[in-house]
Design a binder for this molecule. Structure first.
Ligand code: SAM
Ligand code: SF4
Length: 329
């Protein structure tokens, strides 16, 4: 369905857990308390919401978290969502730690694409940033995924770990696109959760520096997926380089999404708390038919509440208080 600004909303991101096996400093502190299992949506509840959302025109689903692969049965959920009438595409965003172990099952479930988050290809900096020495396992997952035939994207938020604005990690990350048909995407750090106080390299610095290194880089107008990324091709590279510039690029006019948090709240925009509590509708004891109707009304309301654009340039106006792991990125 369309929102108040005529944007077609056909994409739903679902955070299926707030738990994670990493502790990226901009996302989750070591001692964070997780929600109780009874507070988070069951798979059955997620399926009910997606089924009603599909009737309103949601066609594409992203499974995210926290780390989605730490939730038992994540692959079964992918399989179940793939079977919902109207759902055309299910993709996954993962940190990659458990990817190799789960890859066969994920593929068998029918996944349409996997985004793997790797902020630095340097083992020591990775350990320092994520609190865990897991880069080797992540890279094993990445190589296995690249060989599996599944469409793969790499996401990086370009942390400025030591405050030097050193871009060597950025250029190493672009190196993955040289011999592999992979989109390497740089996501600008958003002032949400712990990201507010974390230093990262802004795209006002990053994009000109990459252009200078690769002056032959040309804009790629082909569609690469659901999101606001702008893609470029470097001559001789099998993959591409993408930018999701939440701060230095305004892309809200083509926003196509809503988000379902781990607690079952449908968020209208990443920046604001506005949305609808679908969990209380689902758990209100209504009859099946009334519940379906109320869910559709709730989803419609969340879509119609979408603001024209975010306010990441004005910290005072950001009302979102949750950590990114509960929202799903
Ligand atoms: N654990 C999975 C992962 O890391 O890919 C999925 C969840 S994670 C919240 C999804 C994405 O959000 C990751 O690529 C992460 O780097 C990104 N992210 C987290 N906090 C962010 C922030 N404040 N601004 C921009 N991206 C952020
Ligand atoms: Fe975990 Fe992903 Fe957050 Fe890192 S960004 S702590 S991997 S949920």
């Amino acid at each position: 369905m369309q929102d108040r600004y005529g944007r077609e909303i056909d994409y739903l991101r679902i955070s299926i857990t707030d738990r994670c096996n990493l502790r990226c400093r901009y996302c989750m502190p070591e001692d964070i308390e997780s929600f109780k299992m009874s507070e988070i949506l069951t798979f059955e509840e997620i399926i009910s919401i997606v089924t009603e959302a599909a009737k309103l025109g949601i066609k594409k689903i992203k499974i995210t978290g926290g780390e989605p692969l730490v939730r038992r049965g994540a692959c079964d959920l992918i399989r179940m969502i793939k079977r919902i009438p109207g759902i055309e595409q299910v993709t996954l965003t993962t940190n990659g730690v458990l990817l190799k172990d789960n890859l066969a099952e994920i593929k068998d479930a029918g996944i349409d694409g996997i985004n793997i988050s790797i902020d630095t290809p340097d083992r020591e900096r990775y350990r320092s940033l994520t609190g865990r020495d897991e880069l080797d396992r992540v890279l094993e997952g990445l190589w296995a995924a690249l060989q599996s035939g599944i469409k793969i994207k790499i996401n990086s938020v370009c942390p400025d770990i030591d405050g030097s604005q050193d871009l060597s990690d950025v250029f190493s990350m672009i190196g993955f696109a040289k011999d592999n048909p992979v989109d390497v995407r740089f996501i600008e750090m958003m002032p949400i959760g712990f990201g507010k106080d974390f230093r990262a390299i802004g795209h006002d610095i990053l994009i000109p520096a990459i252009r200078e290194r690769y002056p032959d880089m040309t804009k790629d107008n082909e569609s690469h997926g659901n999101g606001p990324a702008v893609y470029y091709r470097i001559p001789g590279y099998k993959g591409s380089v993408g930018f999701i510039s939440a701060i230095h690029g305004v892309f809200c006019q083509s926003c196509n999404r809503v988000r379902l948090t781990t607690l079952g709240y449908m968020k209208s925009c990443l920046c604001f708390e506005t949305g609808v509590d679908l969990k209380s509708i689902i758990r209100s004891g209504l009859s099946e038919e009334d519940k379906k109707k109320a869910l559709r009304a709730g989803i419609e309301e969340a879509i119609l509440c979408k603001p024209a654009q975010h306010s990441f340039d004005n910290l005072k106006r950001i009302s979102e208080k949750h950590v990114m792991a509960a929202i799903g990125g």
